[in-house]
Write a protein that binds this ligand. Sequence first.
Ligand SMILES: [Zn+2]
Length: 176
Amino acid sequence: MALIIRIAAYHELAEPDSLGRTWVGHFPRMTQKEAYEAGRGVWKLGPRATAERFALIVGGDKVRAVVKIERWYDEPDDRRSFTGTVLDDSHPVHKATYGLPDPSGSASRNPIAYAELAEEREFRVCACGCGEQTQRDFAQGHDQRAIHNRIRQHFGGSTLAFLEWFDATIEAREAA
Ligand SMILES: [Zn+2]
């Protein structure tokens, strides 16, 4: 699932908010970076929101920014904000949503909605533990890194020692 944040039309704020912003909302031809700044806070959110990995900032029923959420912050009045990386069209979730209508299909006036994105389901976290997202088991080259980390930690950096252990372990398992 992705978090959908539907921002209002552009308006200036009477005084800067907790993110130091003097304006919020969407306007024609805004950049992704501007949409990100307008959409990354400050919202009242259920616990479900902070489990999401992607946020789509929607303004005027169009996706204006696609963000990989990296960190949540507590803001005054039980509100929250996040920071993350604004994605570009090299990312499948961006490619599938940017510039298109709100994928939540929700007619509610609540600015917060959720959408199940097929492109997102393909994403998992790299199995090496680095936290990077990948469409495979590992991010590029991280399978090598995962193996070599183990060789370094448990076999004093000796690939030969690892292979000897591996072969002995397999042999014992197959004999069992
Ligand atoms: Zn990794």
